[in-house]
Design a protein around this ligand. Sequence first.
Ligand code: ADP
Ligand code: ZN
Ligand code: ZN
Length: 748
Amino acid sequence: MLFADIIVDISHENLDKTYQYAVPEQCREEARIGALAEIPFGKGNNKRKGYIVGLSTEPNFPVERIKPIYGIVKGSLVIESQLIALAYWIKDNYGATMNDALRTVIPIKKSVKVKEKRYIHLVLEKEQAKEKLEECLRKHYTARARLLAELMDHTTMDYEDAINVLKVSRQVITDLTKQGIITVSSEVRYRNPVKNLKQEEYQIPLNEQQAEIADTIKGEFGMGIRDTYLIHGITGSGKTEVYMDIIAEVTKQKKQVIMLIPEIALTYQTVMRFYKRFGERVSILNSRMSHGERFDQYTRAKNGEIDIMIGPRSALFTPFDQLGMIIIDEEHEGSYKSEMPPKYHAREVAIERARLAGATVVLGSATPSVEAYKKAMDGEYRLFELNQRAGQGTLPKVYIADLREELKARNKSIFSRKLKALMQDRLEKHEQIMLFINRRGYAGFVSCRACGHVMNCPHCDISLTSHNNGKLVCHYCGFETYKPKQCPSCGSPYIAAFGTGTQKVEEYVHKEFPNARVLRMDTDTTSGKDGHEKILAAFAAHQADILVGTQMIVKGHDFKNVTLVGVIAADLSLYASDYRASERTFELLAQASGRAGRGEKPGEVVIQTYNPDHYSVVAAAKNDYKEFYNQEIAYRRMVKYPPCSNIVAVLLTSKREQEVVRGANLLAAAAKKQFEQVNQEEEILRVIGPTKANLSKVNDVYRYVIHIKCDDYALLKAVKNYMEGFVKYSEYFKYCNVSYDFNPMNGY
Ligand code: ADP
Ligand code: ZN
Ligand code: ZN
């Protein structure tokens, strides 16, 4: 007997409510997850329709009380069916309840208040407005200046856009209204965030390299070929122009496009480039929008009012029923992986969605993920390259400063002699400087200040993490040792947990360059609603000479006057305790270098490091992705880390430490026993742990982790499914939450 769990109304509130029906013999073939079934419903057995969200051979009630479905609705597959099938794929591949998977995939429907929509209009004439703008710039009223500049272009703009995208405060709008510079009008229920923007003729002719890529992808799309393409293009090589050229073709063929951009790169400038080219047919999603606003945009997509959706990870689930293409810019970005169950990766889900919808996938990055590049090397993705900057600017000259030499030369400053000299030079020339500090791995790897020796796990070639109890622990195998008093390599007593904060860097700048104007950007200074854009805008307006920041400042920003980038300590990410440490280091160094020399003046970069010979540093300095990749993939192959093998991290959390320890031990033992036979000849499946997680306690919740390694993803999935069942039917997990993370982006 086969039974189907059916949701009658796929609106959000009812997702929990599934009803079980029997599937008669003649419907078995068509009864797939996502299929629309006709069922007898309620006391009167009224005919209703519902989606199948689960299938099993186990009845939840006595069989005689379970009604059979009437049949499966035939005909075209509706978009809901496709998304439900995708939800099932996500649940199956990443581990989660079907309910969580559906919540991820199906747009949220909540009662939305009819909202009054407001617009801002410019009252002043062009000339007056220009004077006012100049005055604002003189007085450093940057928010006012942004608003005025925008209104001079378009005269009318959406009130919410001014607040959310332009980052202008309500107070500023009120003030300008009082001064008679602008007026605010309102209209009830208006949902299109771009309606009042004039579409401009905006098109830059592609250069030869760009055109070749765009023409190939467009040509194949036109012929009905659906494939996955990876565009490896250095920063500023014109990838976005290529995307836009392809999008124009896809929409011309009456197909729809989803374009994923990491939230941090979804700046006003980026969004405007798309608005200007595609006008009203574009919409955006972002995390600042309310549920209602987001649902509005999904509804517009479903109604065919738009063709292009731009947004972060969640935009992937836009209910387009004529989806032709999914583009993922900055494909390597960590934010494409969900940190909440289901812990899915947008790249993989995009490829599955594209398969279900008959769409093409285009990935782009200046520093592709090792996963994606390997797939390209294996011929699974098609690789294209852009290796010149398209607009202004040339690649900067990069110097590596060996910090061990600085210590020998008795330079106690955090700035190497080279960096200090170049900073002096730029300050004199009134050019700008970005100082970048890597906060990752702050978590406490221990290294020697004299020789750079790092305390590694003898079994794993991964740095040990310093714990408060004075022990050093490996988070992959559980190895523990005491923190040494002397460096085991050179005997120096200067061995300590490494870490320099942005604040420290700022202090040093003040000390060594008392006249320099410094801005700092990190989670402390950007906690306000628009702190982030405010700081960037101020730096762009040359209100500071030096911008000090964490990885936030290396992403995508284009400052023409920046001619020097200093990476204070490149090593900090190198020893983060997970296998992606080198990849992340290369990526951050390459992206940071990409910030220098974007304008007419050439740029220089100083990378300070204790590991001048490490391949991720050497390759980044040469901007040579392939050199990095070749070394990295050899390493991953040797130690069997993804993408050359697969890992699942099983995270157990509980407020009760004893429960979580017992649960973790039980679960690991059960899995080992269940899959014992697999390992009879050789160790195909390795169960490692349980160990305390890297972050072993958060908000009084204890965290333990089991790592399972296996080349075969399907086998790993089987272990996950077994564990899910074990947890569900065992009484020991009442106070313990279990989640799964396949090929995690961050160490546990
Ligand atoms: P990426 O997305 O690869 O970082 P962009 O598409 O943002 O690159 O382009 C970087 C800069 O080069 C932008 O200012 C863009 O306007 C300019 N640009 C791109 N393509 C061309 C081209 N074919 N001719 C002139 N300028 C271009
Ligand atoms: Zn280890
Ligand atoms: Zn040493």
